[in-house]
Design a protein around this ligand. Structure first.
Ligand SMILES: [Zn+2]
Length: 254
């Protein structure tokens, strides 16, 4: 039997009647188990996994065996990447990262929380390992268009919807970005506010990275660069923002 190694990432799902905005559905009362099981579907998830790995093994792993043999000895990634869990924004796909190039953290709305050993330790552990152990020289935080997490941050609690168990507390990390957007772009359409918040939350995450002692130390030694990115999958565009002592204007990749 083939053994499969899967990334521990959470991919955002999309219901059939949903548009591209990847809205987070409000919690509802518990559904009977029968309602959670698709009644008729030809999709076989196990077969999809097996076929996916077969394709990777035949077309990527086997033809590039020397590269994978080298990677088996150790990793030396050039980037620590923060990206949203959204299934449309995989950094390996949109930035063409190859295995071994990007040490990746994915979460709802690509947030980096402020250093806090009592909360969000999963994110802290990834940053500590990436910077203290692997000594990765670049951090890239990627925001994206139509982010469901940012929409929730901008909507709740003003919309008086029911709270989520975890999501609201998590996206609240971006509250300073929300307040900035409301203060500057409060008169704009809600869609425009969402777009501004998607970008401002990236800048906030870069600022929050400075609260981690290993990050500050590496920057002081000139061994680490912080960068932000914004991927617009509606227009197929990507912008890069460099962070030094201030934010540089965006550099359009296309
Ligand atoms: Zn998102």
């Amino acid at each position: 039997m083939a053994s499969l190694s899967l990334e521990e990432t959470v991919e955002g799902g999309k219901s059939e009647n949903e548009d591209n905005s990847a809205k987070l559905e409000k919690p509802t009362a518990e559904l009977p188990l029968a309602d959670l099981i698709p009644s008729s579907s030809s999709f076989d998830p196990v077969q999809a996994i097996i076929e996916g790995f077969k394709d990777f093994k035949l077309n990527e792993f086997d033809p590039n065996r020397p590269c994978y043999d080298e990677l088996a000895k150790g990793q030396e990634p050039k980037f620590l990447v923060f990206a949203c869990s959204d299934s449309r924004v995989s950094p390996s796909t949109i930035l063409n990262f190859k295995p071994g190039e990007a040490f990746t953290v994915r979460n709802i709305a690509n947030m980096v929380p402020v250093f806090d050993q009592l909360k969000h330790s999963g994110t802290g552990a990834a940053i500590e390992y990436a910077i203290s152990v692997l000594e990765i020289p670049n951090i890239l935080v990627i925001g994206h268009s139509r982010c469901g997490g940012i929409e929730r941050l901008m909507s709740y609690p003003e919309d008086r919807s029911a709270p989520f168990d975890f999501i609201d507390d998590w996206v609240k990390i971006g509250l300073p970005a929300k307040l900035k957007v409301k203060a500057i772009w409060g008169n704009c359409s809600f869609d425009e506010q969402l777009k501004q918040c998607e970008k401002e939350s990236v800048k906030l995450s870069l600022t929050n990275l400075l609260t981690y002692p290993y990050v500050r130390k590496a920057i002081a030694k000139n061994a680490l660069k912080l960068m932000g990115g914004y991927y617009d999958f509606v227009d197929g565009k990507f912008e890069v923002v460099l962070f030094e002592t201030h934010f540089s204007p965006p550099i359009p990749a296309i």
